[in-house]
Design a protein around this ligand. Sequence first.
Ligand SMILES: [Zn+2]
Length: 80
Amino acid sequence: MICSTERQLELAMRSAEAEAAYRHCARKDYLERTDCAGGDSSLAFAEQAVAEAEIRSTQARLALDEHRAFCPFCSRANLN
Ligand SMILES: [Zn+2]
């Protein structure tokens, strides 16, 4: 059995990972268009957006792991 909290946490993790992937692409895209206007501040912003998205993604994964370890429903499901 998987509880509704588990489902919510999984959804949050997936959206955080999608966000991180998107930010990586945006940064890569920016680096490939180095001739475009914007300057270092735009790159710094892209780098920061990647870092923040990575942190959110990691936190979401940890929250899910923690939930699975302590939730009476999910921890029992993991034993099987
Ligand atoms: Zn649970």
